[in-house]
Design a protein around this ligand. Structure first.
Ligand SMILES: C[S@@+](CC[C@H](N)C(=O)[O-])C[C@H]1O[C@@H](n2cnc3c(N)ncnc32)[C@H](O)[C@@H]1O
Length: 405
């Protein structure tokens, strides 16, 4: 069979991708990769980015041992994904199948994310960013009582890209455990952009906030995206059994407390399929050494290994307590992965439960600053908006960043 005929056999991006997924899954089994299909997938995407490339370089890039990379490459060659030529390179069919995802770059080429680059919209996605900016402007106000704080549009897109690069949606179903950040909408835009719109059928969004779920449902419908599964659930209760053990990827940005990190990661672990294939993207700001250590401990306690740490990956709009940024951890499941909390949780969870929390808002008409919080005249921004600015009656307000407080 020639490569040209192979390429003709793949009529569109969806079909090409389905063929690639099967080949990757089979190769992982045949080569006995301990990381499962996610390990073989890492090899394919590394080759896609760097071809022609030496096995040793793919090993360095993926963190997989050289013999494992060599074995996976052998299996991928047998299935027509990789060419016989050395150094390692894709066949035209393999290249065509992976091309949509190779157009995505969540991180700079060096792999060193964060810092000054964190605010950047991924190249080529400027038009999507504008579209998403309009959607984000209409999102329900952040409910600070449950630690909602919206991340920036660039962060929404970068998270979506990181997930897709890891094979979320295309290779394995994805659970967004809380999504006031609208990563689901970013994913719908990006999957359509790269010709894989059907992938959205593999997305599930769980949230306690009906406003968030209703908004996402309307936006996905307006985009013509396949219906994602939307589940209203409070994670203080165990996951509904239909969600347990079902997902290859989970992404979550828990409340900003260690109790929040522990509970949300525990539910995320419960949602992952058994085995070492699962991936968890955890956004959290560990701002001091004690918190950082406690976070490491609760991850190790649950058998999660840190595969990558992207410092300052997430930027938030007016997130005072985080100083505007948090880190994103790519965590891998292991044979020892088990949730720290299996039953119902009844302890404290949110920042405001351990310390009274206030937020300042500037009136967009007269610049007067008003304090909103549990012991203030307005408990939430919704209440301030309903009442209007006491100075001028305006109903639009801007949250103040930490530096302005
Ligand atoms: C805790 S907030 C963290 C803030 C972060 N910047 C974000 O926006 O993702 C993240 C999401 O978790 C949801 N959430 C908060 N408490 C929850 C709970 N008990 N059960 C399920 N979802 C919850 C929020 O509605 C929000 O969508």
């Amino acid at each position: 069979m020639t490569f040209e005929r192979d390429a003709e056999d793949a009529p569109d991006a969806q079909a090409g991708h389905a063929w690639l997924e099967t080949a990757v899954a089979e190769s992982a089994v045949a080569a006995e990769v301990r990381e499962g299909a996610s390990g073989a997938w890492a090899v394919v995407t590394s080759v896609g980015r760097h071809e022609p490339v030496a096995v040793r370089a793919v090993s360095r890039d993926t963190g997989l041992p050289v013999p494992v990379v060599a074995a996976v490459c052998g299996e991928l060659r047998a299935r027509g994904v990789l060419a016989r030529e050395r150094p390692v390179q894709l066949t035209p069919r393999g290249r065509a199948a992976i091309a949509p995802l190779m157009r995505l770059r969540a991180l700079p080429a060096s792999g060193a994310a964060g810092g000054a680059s964190a605010h950047l919209v991924p190249p080529g996605l400027e038009a999507l960013a504008e579209q998403l900016e309009q959607v984000a402007a209409a999102v329900p106000d952040a409910d600070v009582r449950i630690d909602q704080t919206h991340c920036t549009v660039a962060t929404k897109l970068r998270r979506a890209l990181l997930l897709l690069e890891a094979g979320a949606l295309t290779r394995a179903p994805l659970l967004l455990l809380g999504d006031d950040d609208l990563v689901s909408v970013a994913l719908a835009l990006v999957t359509r952009h790269v010709g894989l719109p059907e992938a959205m059928a593999q997305a599930t969004v769980l949230d306690v906030d009906e406003r968030v779920l209703g908004f996402i449902e309307r936006e996905l419908t307006a985009l013509g995206a396949p219906a994602a599964e939307l589940v209203r659930h409070d994670v203080r209760a165990p996951l509904p059994s239909a969600l347990a053990g079902r997902f290859g990827h989970v992404a979550t940005d828990p409340p900003y407390t260690l109790a929040g990190a522990r509970l949300f990661t525990a539910r995320a672990v419960s949602a992952l399929r058994p085995g070492a294939d699962g991936r968890l993207l955890l956004s959290f700001a560990a701002k001091d050494p004690d918190t950082a250590l406690a976070l490491d401990r609760l991850l190790v306690e649950q058998g999660l290994s840190t595969r990558a740490l992207h410092r300052g990956f997430n930027e938030y709009v007016g997130a005072g307590i985080l100083g505007g940024v948090s880190d994103l951890r790519e965590l891998g499941a292991t044979a020892d992965t088990k949730p720290a909390i299996a039953g119902a949780y009844e302890g404290d969870l949110y920042t405001g439960e351990s310390a009274p929390r206030t937020r300042r808002y500037r009136c967009m008409a007269c610049d007067a600053v008003h304090v909103v919080g549990s012991d203030e005249a307005w408990e939430t921004i919704q209440e301030l908006k309903a009442a209007g600015c006491p100075a001028c009656g305006e109903t639009r307000f801007q949250p103040l960043a930490r530096a302005e407080r």
